[in-house]
Design a protein around this ligand. Structure first.
Ligand code: FCB
Length: 447
């Protein structure tokens, strides 16, 4: 393929940079009770129609469980190097404890075979929010014991698949599990309790550390790490109140998960701010959590805009907002990565494990024109390159998402895919952004 001038900046990325796409189990698999799978907290959460904006659920989703071959072929046609997906814990251990479900492991084994056949490397995530309901019945992430159950699950996955995958991330965005699942009830299990959410965040970090040890014990060759959603926090004005708010926001969201892993303690500012809501930490917990990770997965979508005024000063949104109402702010990505590099001298190689946008796409005559998404990805890649030029070691980029899918409490109304899904027929159609990404990746081959 001739490299058009349009893709010139591809030349700037290292030749062996990993280009990928990402999905997660609950958002695409469907087959919610197939072949012995147990229910997850998201299956339960969706039973209350009021929890999901369009009243939908994940019972069928993109039916990827039955169509994974077609979806892998689609990825191969795009020329991606890698695929990031998550495993549904309740598929391989229906109750989250006790017996393994061989049929569940079989599914992931077949998926890994299909990927290997196309030379697509697998980056798996152990936990992308779909906790087995059986563990929720025992107290979920508020119960410290769940961290130990998670380590058992991690060990088993690493034992079986550790040599067949490129990377294993323990958690996807524990911030969301804690804050949206237990803080404001937007996500499963739908709890609204600040103190609980902070305790949950500690158990998630503990579970990460326990899982790292468990996976190292079985001697897996996969790179091991964690995926965090991260942002910079900008004060809306120069006022002391706004600046304090921004500082606290960064501490409670970004440093809260980074400091324990890299420094072995919680950030002082956030701990102080949490006051009586600070988590119960056992002796030795930080020694478990603070372990060398082989990579950091960074999911970047927007910045946090901090205004203490009532009503708040709106974000300027110079580049517009996405269909989620999220401010488009590519400048935040290099700012964030450089901040992380400065704050954490041991920062391992970084993968951008998610980045992308929801767009109000429509399909006409078998085509989906989504120039907004192409512009979004291009601007974020240019921003990413800036960070790399300034010395941040970034090794890959995973576009969220391969497919339109179940966008959690927004249901199917928000489309993040570079591939359009017609949910009535399960027909997949490449959007313009997919065609663009394909050419962009292919341009490297001739560089
Ligand atoms: C992230 C989630 C992912 C998807 C995107 C839009 O927070 O990890 O599952 O919902 O947002």
């Amino acid at each position: 393929m001739t490299k058009s001038a349009q893709f010139d900046f591809q030349n700037d990325f290292p030749h062996d940079f990993t280009w990928g796409v990402a999905t997660s189990s609950f958002q695409i698999e469907g087959a919610w009770d197939a072949d012995g799978k147990g229910p997850s907290i998201w299956d339960t959460f969706c039973l209350d129609k009021a929890n999901i904006k369009d009243g939908s659920d994940g019972t069928v989703a993109c039916d990827h469980y039955h169509r994974y071959r077609e979806d892998v072929a689609l990825m191969a046609s795009l020329g991606v190097d890698a695929y990031r997906f998550s495993m549904a814990w309740a598929r391989v251990q229906p109750d989250g404890k006790g017996a393994w479900n061989e049929a569940g492991f079989d599914f992931y084994s077949r998926l890994l075979d299909a990927l290997a056949e196309k030379n697509i490397r697998a980056h798996i995530t152990l936990y992308h929010w779909d906790l087995p309901q059986g563990l929720q019945d025992d107290g979920g992430w508020l119960n410290r014991d769940t961290a130990y159950r998670f380590a058992d699950y991690a060990r088993e996955v690493a034992r079986r698949f550790g040599d067949r995958v490129e990377a294993i991330a323990t958690h996807n965005e524990p911030w969301c599990t804690a804050n949206l699942g237990y803080g404001n009830a937007q996500f499963a299990p739908g709890v609204r309790d600040l103190k609980q959410s902070i305790q949950v965040s500690h158990h998630l970090l503990l579970s990460h550390g326990l899982a790292m040890t468990a996976m190292r014990e079985v001697g897996s060759s996969a790179k091991l790490g964690i995926v965090l959603n991260q942002w910079t926090a900008d004060a809306a004005t120069d006022s002391q109140a706004d600046r304090d708010m921004a500082e606290f926001e960064y501490a409670r969201s970004v440093q809260w998960f980074m400091d324990p892993i890299f420094k072995g303690h919680y950030p002082e500012l956030a701990l102080r701010g949490h006051g009586d809501n600070a988590p119960v930490v056992h002796d030795g917990d930080f020694a478990i959590i603070q372990q060398k990770i082989d990579f950091l997965g960074c999911n970047y979508y927007f910045r946090s805009w901090c205004s203490a005024a009532v009503p708040p000063v709106p974000a300027p949104a110079r580049h517009g907002v996405t269909d989620m109402g999220w401010e488009i702010f590519p400048e935040g990505l290099p700012e964030l990565l450089l901040k992380l590099k400065a704050e954490y001298p041991d920062l391992p190689p970084v993968y951008i494990t998610e980045n992308g946008m929801a767009n109000a796409d429509t399909i006409e005559g078998g085509q989906v024109h989504d120039p907004e998404r192409i512009a979004y990805v291009r601007s974020h890649l240019a921003a990413l390159k800036e960070a790399m030029d300034a010395g941040v070691n970034v090794q890959g980029y995973f576009l969220w998402s391969l497919l339109d899918n179940f966008e959690w409490n927004s249901g199917y109304a928000k489309r993040f895919g570079i591939v359009h899904v017609d949910y009535a027929t399960q027909q997949r159609t490449l959007k313009d952004s997919a065609l663009w990404y394909r050419e962009f990746i292919a341009a490297r081959a001739t560089a």
